[in-house]
Design a protein around this ligand. Sequence first.
Ligand SMILES: Cc1cc2nc3c(=O)[nH]c(=O)nc-3n(C[C@H](O)[C@H](O)[C@H](O)COP(=O)(O)OP(=O)(O)OC[C@H]3O[C@@H](n4cnc5c(N)ncnc54)[C@H](O)[C@@H]3O)c2cc1C
Length: 368
Amino acid sequence: MMDRFAHLDWPFFDPPHAALSRGVETWALANLEDAHGEDADAVCRRLVKELGQAGYLEYCVNDNPDVRSIALIREVLAYHAGLADFSFTMQGLGSGPIMLAGTDRQKKDYLPRAAAGEAIAAFALSEPDAGSDVQAITTTAKRKGSDWELDGVKTWISNGGIADFYVTFARADEGISAFIVDAREVDATERIDIVAPHPMATVKLRGARGALLGEAGQGFKLAMRNLDIFRTTVAAAALGFARRALAEALARAKERRMFGQRLADLQMTQAKLADMATAVEAGALLTYRAAWLRDVRKARVTREAAMAKMHATEAAQEVIDDAVQILGGLGVTRGHAVERLYREVRALRIYEGATEVQKLIIARELLK
Ligand SMILES: Cc1cc2nc3c(=O)[nH]c(=O)nc-3n(C[C@H](O)[C@H](O)[C@H](O)COP(=O)(O)OP(=O)(O)OC[C@H]3O[C@@H](n4cnc5c(N)ncnc54)[C@H](O)[C@@H]3O)c2cc1C
């Protein structure tokens, strides 16, 4: 038997973490059964509200974030519904720069509404010619009185089309800078459809008015500080997906009969299950070590977070692929949990720094 919550006894956690994780599990069982609908926009709008009402968004819209709590919540939400994990984390990613660098006024205007699930947040950094190479962004920002005017195109913007505000990065005379841009100022009508659909758009800025966030020229550092908090939690989402795939594979292997015995009695199945379980545990250790180092030791976790993100997302992809194999035809049947996981996990190896980028980060830290 696998106890999905056995890791809550690890020394990385305090008693409130265990209570939080089990509380989210109870909430997820009661609320996420129909969180996989065709209309991802409507599902996400509803989920943001419900996660706000349940009080969970306060963990990621928080000026003193506890990475272990965010990671535990993501793990449980991802286990049950990818869109719930997405809605939860985007509120944090889109509000993070305001928490880190906003004025008191900006914090008051945006954060309480984001934490309550009343305003949807987006984080607009990537551009058609600036993804992995973020410093290549060409969107411009020019001072216009007390405001700024932004021109350019942002793409792959999660929550694009449903967001109320976009924390947007653009190039000013002083260098890359961050701005808060109201949804009314942008054209997010060009939607992007991906393998596991969530709200996403290309966002066009044509003389869009924006309010400077933090100091001009400090936007790149701000984006990286924000991603530093959330990178470890991408690993936690991958962990949730992988745990679900393992649970589905175990259940099916124990019930499916072939050649006069259970699929689980065949040694090739057992070898697969052993590899899957070990990959999941290794991912959990790396993830919660990185979170603990940051929360408790207040350490910089550039290397540890990159290792966690790289390993957990790559391992989750393999675990889910093995689960599909164990389920046979059922595994590729539209609507089955492992078919959904197979599509949902793929983007995690690309966004917030592709695996290759994580390797460069780890190597750079090693060679210092
Ligand atoms: C589902 C999803 C959600 C996203 N949400 C957001 C969002 O909300 N906001 C936002 O700003 N962006 C978002 N992105 C964009 C994401 O950050 C970029 O897709 C990512 O940075 C990669 O950029 P790219 O797609 O332009 O690929 P490219 O930069 O063209 O990279 C392509 C591939 O090149 C490889 N590569 C990269 N660097 C190296 C290297 N040094 N050596 C060798 N190979 C390398 C990697 O395999 C990489 O996947 C999202 C993307 C996805 C898929």
